[in-house]
Write a protein of this length. Structure first.
Length: 134
C-alpha cells in the first residue's frame, strides 16, 4: 500500500510474511535494514552496517526467517533475535526452502549450498546429502 512505502524513504529489496507480519528488506547507501509492518505501524528491526550488506533474498525455513546479504552473509531471525549463520565468499543471490532444506544460491549460479539447520552441504555432495535424508 502507498502508506507503507511512503514511510520508507529508501528502496525495498525484498519482502516476506513472517509470523503474521510483513517484513521488508530496505537498502540505502549500499547497506541494508530489516523493517516490520504490523497493521499500519512500520518499525525498524535491525540495521546491517557492513558494506554491501543490503538484503538480496529472504526465505522461511524451520520457523525462522533467513536473510541473505549481498556481501555473502547469511543471518537467521526467530522473531526476536538476529544471528549470523555463515559468511560465504560470494554474494548471496537467492534463498529458497522446500521445507526439508534451505537452498543458498551464490553469485556463481553453479555454486549452491544446502543447509539442514545444522550443517552446510555443497551441490557437489548432493548424493551424500540425499543418503543422509533417507
Amino acid at each position: 500500500d502507498n502508506f507503507l512505502f511512503s514511510q520508507l524513504e529508501n528502496d525495498v529489496s525484498s519482502m516476506i510474511l513472517f509470523k503474521n507480519d510483513l517484513y521488508l528488506g530496505v537498502m540505502k547507501n549500499n547497506k541494508g535494514s530489516l523493517w516490520k509492518k504490523t497493521n499500519d505501524i512500520v518499525t525498524l528491526v535491525y540495521n546491517f552496517t557492513d558494506d554491501d550488506s543490503f538484503i538480496r533474498s529472504v526465505s522461511l525455513y524451520k520457523e525462522k526467517l533467513y536473510i541473505g546479504l549481498q556481501n555473502g552473509k547469511l543471518y537467521s531471525f526467530d522473531g526476536t533475535t538476529i544471528e549470523l549463520v555463515s559468511n560465504f565468499n560470494q554474494n548471496i543471490n537467492l534463498l529458497f526452502s522446500d521445507g526439508r532444506v534451505l537452498y543458498i544460491f551464490l553469485e556463481n549460479l553453479k555454486d549452491i549450498k544446502l543447509f539442514d539447520g545444522s550443517n552446510f552441504y555443497d551441490n557437489s555432495n548432493l548424493n551424500t546429502y540425499k543418503l543422509s535424508l533417507v
